[in-house]
Design a protein around this ligand. Structure first.
Ligand code: ADP
Ligand code: MG
Length: 473
């Protein structure tokens, strides 16, 4: 069971976590994985950057804020006495250690990837103390463990990948007996360690990934992600309030949804459990009675049925265009090589209605570098007998419909594009990278929310009307 940042965000939420774990432990062997308290990792990343810039005063001020946040959560959770002292001391010692790292970074003005990870990974180390102590107080036998002792990774700091063989060996050695003895391991998400024991992080928001790595390493029957929404919804409820919960979704649909912007799951988290076919469930910590969403290996949806919409903002479109005689495939190959050479990640490749042009979609922050690389590739060496042009359009958003075989669904395309046209929202391009499970289109960022809402209403209206007619509300 993995609990996200909001689920461990304050004392009241941690009490809910305790109740969920206590109940589950009556019938099952449970492993708990926890994130940092909501917002804490971003603060820690800022601490690291401030220290790297020599701003020790501000770095320590933010660390103090982090300390106070944990101390004030501990107050109502723990009665005074030995346990409380132990937890407070552990929090203080961990932050003292972090302060030392910051001082060192400040003096040298070098924020190495190792030190950046050491600072960013502190939030989970702090939250396991709180969750384990709260569980113990409720009479649940448990032990806080840092995943540096369990998840063995490569040395790619900031986005480390697990090495499953040694991870499995460590987990079996360290956790099997505990589980057999009825002790619940309470493990830090987000972090691991290299073979020589240096702390690494698995990438932002990767505690879901930690949970599935541990689940796979222990051949779990199920992985449950506890979060602040009822499960995977038909769209992000923050953008589309009428989004509905989805009872079941396939591994490939869920992975595609995450890749295309749905924050509810980490994009890599289904990899470790996919081969073993370990099912995953997403549930609401704050509404445990809801059935949640089951993520299952196969698919039972109808071809062409849209399961959900996702959106990514903060992107730029860089058009490469020529006259009607140009070869688009040549644009794609040469453009891809040119962008890879300057280290720009291509998020999508898309095309427009007019022939003779193709666009690369990249993060807005990479737009300038990308446009320069494409200009030097195409303007200096145009295709024979043609002229090329490079145009940048930003900020733009990519909206993706996910579902089994959705890209072949003309019903979706026609219906949605009609609705958008009626609302005067221009579709700037459509994805060229055809996938089995998704279809993406581009709008200006200022239209993202309206486009999502319109597409959602068009796709899911019928079901909403049915719900209304049976007095659902
Ligand atoms: P946690 O801290 O529990 O990991 P996250 O913030 O990472 O939680 O993910 C949960 C959030 O994901 C929700 O609050 C919601 O706003 C967002 N989200 C985006 N797309 C979806 C979707 N399709 N279904 C559910 N939630 C979504
Ligand atoms: Mg998350």
């Amino acid at each position: 069971m993995k609990f996200g940042g909001t689920s461990v965000g304050d004392a009241t939420s941690i009490c809910r976590v305790v109740e969920i774990v206590r109940r589950a432990s009556c019938t099952d062997q449970v492993i708990v994985v926890v994130s940092a308290m909501s917002g804490v990792t971003s603060k820690l990343v800022e601490v690291a950057n401030r220290a790297g810039n020599g701003d020790l005063k501000q770095a320590l001020a933010i660390l103090l804020e982090v300390k106070q946040r944990h101390e004030s959560a501990a107050q109502p959770l723990l009665p005074s006495g030995a346990v409380k002292n132990r937890v407070m001391n552990a929090i203080r010692a961990t932050l003292q250690e972090t302060e030392e790292v910051c001082r060192n970074v400040c003096e040298t003005r070098v924020l190495t990837p190792e030190k950046a990870d050491a600072i960013a990974g502190v939030g989970e180390r702090l939250s396991v103390y709180l969750v384990a102590a709260a569980l113990a107080k409720a009479g649940v036998s448990c032990e806080a463990i840092e995943a540096t002792e369990l998840i063995v990774t490569d040395e790619h700091h900031g986005a480390a990948e697990p090495k499953m063989e040694p991870t499995r060996a460590q987990c079996q050695k360290r956790l099997r007996k505990m589980l057999g003895d009825g002790v619940i391991p309470v493990i830090t998400g987000y972090i691991g360690a290299t073979e020589d024991g240096t702390l690494t992080t698995l990438g932002r928001n990767s505690s879901d990934y930690s949970a599935t790595i541990l689940g796979a390493a222990l051949d779990a029957d199920e992985v449950v992600i506890w979060t602040d929404v009822d499960g995977v919804l038909t769209a992000d409820p923050r953008l589309v309030p009428s989004a509905r919960n989805i009872a079941e979704i396939s591994f490939s649909e869920a992975t595609e949804l995450a890749r295309c912007g749905a924050k509810v799951l980490h994009a890599k988290c289904l990899h470790p459990i996919a081969d073993a076919g370990i099912p995953l469930r997403i549930c609401n910590t704050f509404a445990g009675e809801q059935p949640g969403t089951r993520v299952v290996p196969g698919t039972r949806s109808d071809a062409g049925e849209v399961k959900a919409l996702a959106a990514v903002d903060g992107l730029a479109l860089i058009w490469v265009s020529g006259d009607e005689h140009v070869r688009i495939s040549d644009f794609q190959v040469r453009g891809t090589i040119a962008l890879e050479a300057v280290g720009v990640d291509i998020r999508w490749v898309c095309c427009s209605n007019s022939s003779g042009s193709l666009a690369f979609i990249v993060a807005s922050s990479a737009a300038e570098v990308a446009a320069k690389a494409l200009r030097s590739e195409f303007l200096s060496r145009p295709q024979k007998g043609t002229k090329s042009r490079i145009d940048v359009q930003w900020p733009i958003s990519v909206i993706t419909a996910v579902g089994h075989n959705v890209c072949g669904s003309s019903e979706f395309l026609e219906g949605t594009f009609d609705v958008l046209a009626r609302r005067h929202i221009r579709v700037l391009g459509v994805s060229r990278m055809y996938s089995d499970t998704s279809f993406s289109f581009v709008v200006a960022s200022k239209h993202m929310q309206a486009a999502l809402a319109a597409a959602h209403e068009n796709l899911f209206r019928q079901a909403e009307t049915q719900n209304l007619s049976v007095g659902y509300f």
